[in-house]
Each structure stands twice: as C-alpha cells, then as structure tokens.
Design a protein around this ligand. Structure first.
Ligand SMILES: Nc1ncnc2c1ncn2[C@@H]1O[C@H](COP(=O)(O)OP(=O)(O)OP(=O)(O)O)[C@@H](O)[C@H]1O
Ligand SMILES: [Mg+2]
Length: 264
C-alpha cells in the first residue's frame, strides 16, 4: 500500500471547547457544551444576559479552570492561559500608567522589535505612529478599543476571543470596528469567537452563530444551539436574506428572556 493513498488523519480543530459542566457553587451555568472553531473562522456567540457567554470565553482563554471538561488548541489540552488566544474585552482595559505603545506590548517593554511591532499594529488598526506616545486618558472610546485590538494581536494569536468588544462605542464607530475586525481576521488568518448582544453584528461578522441557551431553559434540549449563517464575507449590511435569520435569532432569544422572567 502506498502511503500516498492512505487517508490523512483528520486535523484537529484550532480550538475544541468541551465543557461537561460549569457551576458557581451549586448553581449550574454551562452544561454539555461542545464548540469547535477552524482556523480563520468567525463564530458569534449570542444569548440572553447571564446565560454564561463571558464564562465560556474565560474558559476558552484558559482564565477559568474551575470546570469539568477540556479546552484543546490544535489537539493539545490546555492547562492554563493559552498563548494561542488573544482576549479583547468590552472595555479596553488599558493600563493608565503606560503609554499606548507600552500597553500594546505589555508585559514586554516597548523597545526594539517589540516597539516596531506595536507601531505596525497601531498602523494596522488605523492609528498613527505618534498615537503610540499618548496616554490612554487622551484617547476616544473608539481609539482605545483599536488599541485593545492591537494589544490582542501582539502575541500573534491564532484565536481572538472578544467579549462584546464594540458595545461601548457609537454606531458609526461600531461599524468601522466591525469591518476592521474582518480585515484583521483575513490578514492574519486568525479565528475569532465574538460574544455580542447585537444580532446584526453577529449576522455581519460570523460564519457561524451559536445561540447559547440557559441551562434548565424553556425546552428540554442541549444547553447550546448552533445556527449556521452562510455566505462569504464581506457581507452587505443591507442583505435582505438576513431578515429571515434575524427573525429566527430574535425568536430564539425572546423564548429565553420570557422563560427567565416567568421563573423570576
Ligand atoms: N465569579 C462568579 N461567581 C458567582 N457567579 C458568577 C460569577 N461570575 C458570573 N457569575 C454568574 O454566572 C452567570 C453567567 O455569567 P456570565 O457573566 O458568563 O453571563 P453572560 O452571558 O456573559 O451575561 P451578560 O450578557 O450580561 O454579559 C450569571 O448569572 C452570573 O451572575
Ligand atoms: Mg458577559
């Protein structure tokens, strides 16, 4: 038998999040949840407030290890924060005592190659080289979130984990940042898992949308439900086919908001 004809073993996904359960005390938060991402793929995570989206992201980043299950990157189970993941939070979380370029490099010192790389990333996210010398308090919200994206890219992650990254900026800035994220994902072939409350944002960004349902929710079915969004990126914002998806996602979200209000 020639080796050439042997089937290649399937490549493991970039990230394989397999959570048997996550509890806070006795309270179940996540249950029987499996989510995989391929290189370059964008997955949006939608779900009602409190259903565990940020918890899932923290587990994926290796920042929370108090759960039953595994997170594997390229087939290797992670035991701590993964160097392959870059995290971008809702608020930029810049260190006020460091200048912009130093924030991008942190914890490395902003000098030599690190500084050159920080400057190049600032350029890539639409900031000027001289902005690197500013203090965070002199940045607008949109600029600060661009810096946070540059910092998230500094370690050359294969996966960006974004927790409602654009919810604190105005609508125009938000659209620009969404398109920036798409450009970055294409340029770096980075995958992205994006938590958002905005259905249109999910429809614009994602190859796949994951609707996360609260444990013990309205219906007896697994804790997560995956809705596929087809079509190549970049998508047109005014695409009419989206209205059908929007309705399906709204219905999914409303079911759980009503269920949790009924229980309260
Ligand atoms: N450290 C903690 N200790 C106890 N309970 C927690 C802790 N962190 C989160 N929770 C609870 O776990 C549940 C899930 O929280 P999480 O922040 O993951 O929700 P979320 O889906 O991100 O919500 P939102 O959309 O409002 O950001 C919430 O009910 C929250 O109150
Ligand atoms: Mg959250």
């Amino acid at each position: 038998m020639s080796a050439a004809r042997d089937p290649q073993p399937p490549r493991p996904p970039l990230v394989d999040i397999d959570i048997r359960y996550k509890r806070y005390g006795v309270r179940p938060i996540l249950d029987s949840l499996r989510l995989t991402l391929a290189p370059g793929e964008i997955v949006a995570l939608l779900g009602p407030s409190g259903c565990g989206k940020s918890t899932l992201l923290r587990i994926a980043a290796g920042l929370d290890r108090d759960y039953a299950g595994t997170v594997a990157y390229n087939g290797e189970v992670q035991r701590g924060p993964s160097p392959l993941a870059g995290v971008i939070f809702q608020e930029p979380r810049l260190l006020p005592w460091l200048r912009v370029a130093e924030n991008v490099c942190f914890p490395q010192r902003a000098r030599g190659d690190a500084l050159a790389r920080a400057r190049s990333l600032l350029d890539e996210v639409g900031l000027r080289a001289e902005d690197g010398a500013l203090w965070p308090k002199h940045l607008s919200g949109g600029m600060a979130q661009r810096v946070a994206i540059a910092r998230g890219l500094f370690t050359q992650p294969q996966l960006l984990l974004l927790d409602e990254p654009f919810s604190a900026v105005d609508a125009m800035t938000r659209m620009r940042l969404q398109d920036l994220l798409l450009a970055i994902v294409d340029a770096h072939r980075t995958a992205a898992l994006v938590v958002t409350h905005d259905i249109d944002e999910a429809l614009h960004l994602a190859d796949r949308i994951v609707l996360l349902e609260p444990v013990g929710g309205a219906r007896a079915r697994p804790a997560s439900r995956i809705i596929e969004v087809g079509g190549a990126r970049p998508r047109q914002r005014e695409d009419t086919a989206r209205s059908a998806w929007r309705r399906i996602l709204l219905e999914g979200l409303e079911t759980h908001v009503q269920a949790s209000q009924a229980k309260a």
